[in-house]
Design a protein around this ligand. Structure first.
Ligand code: COA
Ligand code: ZN
Length: 300
């Protein structure tokens, strides 16, 4: 662990966080959310997803969110896509980076994006070609990499095989996502190490939900295994609408507090992150957000 000096935290709250909230933010409020994240030091924010508005109504304003948030140096505006139609929309909207989703289990793949795993891999091949032609980097998130709500455990070998097949399309980053919060640190270490071994030169990212209170332990395990980037959401909001009982991502401010305490830098400004969590809590109706730091306060 001692040699790990810095980790990038990708703010995914405007996408993964807001997609699962009963209260929908206005486009203007979403743009403020993204601005606040950049102002707190984020270098990459997943600002929205270009999916079917019927599937995820909260992301129906994807084009307007992208138009409301300006780019520039040190401000990567990333967007999630699951198919070619989404890719076309995202490229037309001028986002800086794309995150495609490959679900590791067949049942969840059908429920989430109405495609088989093989169909998704073919779609990713086409999307990678389209993104490369447009000069926009595309990464792949392997969802349900630690387990599926319908099929149970997913074999580690399968996850690594899928990561390899996705990366064969020229993907620059592979993310392992614990969509339903069932991962444990030992498994995280093995999978992150496995991706490094099989895909040298590909950036590694991980995405943890704290559904069973293992999210932060998993993040530390990923850091120990040399992860390049970790996803988190302000306040710890979020979840997948297609997963029963899904709950929030690990909270950006709690994760930064934890990593800074270990001497791992993130480039994020903790007091600003706490302010953002308090602001978001207000925007979402005032109920407490799952993250703890905004309640407990900074220390020392
Ligand atoms: N954005 C907007 N419209 C889209 C679209 C997209 N990304 N993809 C497809 N459509 C449109 C098609 O153009 C078509 O329109 P038409 O009927 O006017 O011709 C219609 O939707 C049906 O297309 P089809 O490919 O059959 O879609 P589907 O009904 O099988 O749904 C997805 C597939 C992928 C579009 C849908 O399941 C989806 O958006 N899933 C995303 C889920 C998600 O975001 N999960 C959380 C994050 S991982
Ligand atoms: Zn998620």
């Amino acid at each position: 662990m001692a040699e790990v000096r810095s980790v990038e935290i990708v703010e995914v709250g405007p996408r993964d966080g807001l997609q699962n909230e009963p209260r929908q933010l206005s486009t203007a409020a979403k743009a403020v959310y993204v601005e606040r994240a950049f102002a707190a030091g984020a270098t990459r924010v997943e600002i929205t997803s270009f999916v079917h508005p019927r599937a995820v109504p909260a992301m129906a304003d994807a084009e307007r969110v992208a138009a409301a948030v300006h780019g520039g140096p040190g401000r990567v505006r990333s967007a999630l896509v699951v198919n070619g139609r989404g890719l076309d929309r995202a490229l037309a909207a001028g986002v800086d980076e794309l995150n495609a989703v490959l679900v590791a289990s067949e049942t969840f793949s059908q429920r989430n994006q109405r495609m088989s795993v093989d169909q998704t891999l073919a779609e990713i091949g086409a999307m990678a070609a389209g993104a490369a032609a447009a000069g926009v980097p595309l990464g792949v998130t392997v969802a349900c990499a630690f387990g599926c709500p319908f099929e149970g455990p997913v074999a580690e070998e399968r996850v690594l095989d899928l990561a390899e097949r996705a990366a064969a399309h020229g993907v620059g980053e592979v993310s392992l996502a614990d969509t339903i919060g069932v991962g444990t640190p030992d498994r995280v270490e093995r999978l992150v190490a496995g991706v490094a071994e099989r895909l040298p030169g590909v950036r590694r990212r991980a995405h943890f939900h704290n559904t069973r209170n293992t999210g932060y332990a998993n993040a530390v395990a990923a850091v120990a295994a040399g992860i390049d980037a970790l996803d988190a959401a302000t306040g710890g909001i979020g979840g997948c609408p297609f997963a029963p009982a899904a709950t929030g991502n690990i909270a950006t401010e709690d994760l930064a507090y934890l990593l800074h305490g270990m001497g791992v830098s993130t480039g994020l400004d903790l007091p600003a992150l706490v302010d953002n969590a308090v602001w978001l809590q207000g925007e979402l109706g005032g109920g407490p957000v799952p993250g703890q730091l905004s309640r407990a306060g900074l220390w020392p």
